[in-house]
Design a protein. Structure first.
Length: 207
């Protein structure tokens, strides 16, 4: 795990990469000999897929469902027993980033945009996604700090704008601010963002 991280990310001294990249671990268990094989990959965002049967997608609910699930693999060639058998594979996060980007897959179905409401909780718990080593950890909380939104109906057209939670220099209060080209607008809260617009959600580790 550590050597993979060092080879792929640590060598990159970009502060954004250091803060915003995480690491997946894929655990594949042979159902014949029960041996578990590990493989790793880095990520810069976590996808949220929209279910056509639901009217609203929830970041927390989607995360809980994804990390609690596993998939079956037929004809898996085990490196340990060298047999072809069924295997179970699950994906966990072995290294959490300080800044977590959640990607709403609004254009997953060709060019058509899915305009369903995305319930972006102010605070999410991603402890279920983490690889557990030793005693179970406390909750891993992230708080919403900003959103990149898309206004339009196509991946090839439309308009992007940002909504961020900023700290006022005068009052030290955190307020939501909209950034739309040269227009900067103070908001009472983020409820004024249209339900079908959030595209990228930027969460910051609470601790």
């Amino acid at each position: 795990m550590a050597s993979h991280w060092d080879a792929t990310v640590t060598a990159n001294q970009c502060p954004l990469t250091q803060a915003m990249y995480g690491q997946f671990v894929f655990l594949t268990q042979c159902q014949e000999c029960k041996h578990v094989t590990q493989s790793f990959d880095v990520f810069s965002s976590l996808p949220v897929l929209f279910d056509e049967t639901e009217t609203t997608a929830s970041v927390q609910q989607h995360a809980d469902q994804v990390w609690a699930s596993s998939e079956s693999i037929e004809g898996y060639q085990c490196d340990h027993c060298n047999n072809k058998s069924m295997a179970r594979r699950e994906c966990k996060i072995s290294r959490m980033p300080d800044v977590l980007v959640v990607h709403a897959m609004r254009f997953a179905d060709g060019d058509r945009k899915m305009t369903k409401d995305l319930h972006a909780e102010h605070e999410i718990d991603v402890s279920a996604a983490q690889l557990q080593v030793g005693p179970r950890r406390d909750r891993e909380l992230y708080r919403l700090r900003g959103m990149v939104c898309h206004r339009g109906m196509s991946r090839h057209g439309g308009h992007y704008y940002a909504v961020c939670k900023c700290t006022s220099m005068k009052t030290s209060m955190k307020n939501w601010v909209g950034f739309d080209d040269d227009a900067v607008t103070m908001m009472e809260d983020r409820s004024c963002v249209r339900k079908g617009d959030p595209y990228l959600l930027i969460y910051e580790r609470s601790s």
